[in-house]
Ligand binder design. Structure first.
Ligand SMILES: CC(C)(COP(=O)(O)OP(=O)(O)OC[C@H]1O[C@@H](n2cnc3c(N)ncnc32)[C@H](O)[C@@H]1OP(=O)(O)O)[C@@H](O)C(=O)NCCC(=O)NCCS
Length: 207
């Protein structure tokens, strides 16, 4: 008898996230979808003002189909968001070394539901959405000091890019973010077209 290979954690989460309404290990029933303006109004009550202004600004990319704000909704409440952008990245270094690679920005989950796989589900569902658009890689920036978020991304197949100039960035972002990010951050990249092998112990080779 031929035994089927066990699905990786990412495959299982992706299959669930694809169904758009999922219950994961933390028992949160979460729906992932493109944000509407009223989602951001409701999120702003629980996320800080900068995040609200940022996501509102990013929603303009939906009009030109060059990016989208994705929200995680539990019940009727948006509890998390991220911005996926498939036009040029904010960072000139990313445009140079990872041209045409979409970026994820500002992955945030409401503090009281963290640790229940909402962030994982939201990132995986977004990776699926980008794969469906034909992209084979996705990238994001993570502060060098943010070990928790880094661990989450590495579990999903993200690794530090080995392209020169993509570590220790301090790029100026949007004006309302007051110019330059003070904490250095690295660009991580994940493949969307290769079978995922769980790496619980840390990063593997750069894609
Ligand atoms: C990072 C973040 C989006 C993760 O969302 P989440 O729904 O809690 O994530 P999940 O439940 O899917 O995964 C849990 C993992 O997230 C990471 N994590 C980071 N901060 C966390 C927190 N405060 N609480 C719980 N998990 C956290 C850990 O790696 C954790 O895994 P662990 O159990 O091995 O420590 C969320 O913690 C958050 O909004 N943090 C503040 C903003 C931020 O740092 N964003 C990342 C920018 S690159």
């Amino acid at each position: 008898m031929t035994r089927r290979p066990r699905a990786s954690a990412r495959d299982r989460h992706a299959a669930l996230a694809n169904s758009q309404r999922v219950t994961l290990a933390g028992q949160v029933d979460v729906k992932i979808r493109r944000a509407q303006p009223h989602d951001l109004d409701r999120l702003s009550a629980t996320l800080d003002r900068d995040d609200h202004a940022y996501y509102l600004d990013c929603m303009a990319y939906q009009d030109t189909d060059s990016g989208e704000v994705v929200v995680a909704v539990v019940g009727d409440e948006p509890v998390g968001a991220l911005f996926a952008r498939w036009s040029d990245a904010d960072e000139p270094e990313v445009i140079e070394h990872l041209p045409k690679v979409p970026m994820l920005y500002r992955v945030v989950v409401r503090a009281d539901v963290r640790g229940r796989k909402v962030g994982t589900t939201m990132v995986l569902a977004t990776m699926d959405r980008l794969r469906e658009r034909g992209y084979d890689r996705v990238a994001l920036g993570v502060d060098q000091s943010n070990a928790g978020a880094r661990r989450l991304y590495e579990r999903l197949g993200f690794v530090v890019s080995d392209a020169p100039g993509l570590r220790g960035l301090r790029t100026a972002l949007r004006p309302h973010e007051n110019g330059v990010r003070t904490a250095p951050y690295d660009i991580l990249v994940a493949r969307l077209d290769a079978p995922f092998v769980a790496r619980p112990d840390g990063p593997g080779d750069a894609p």
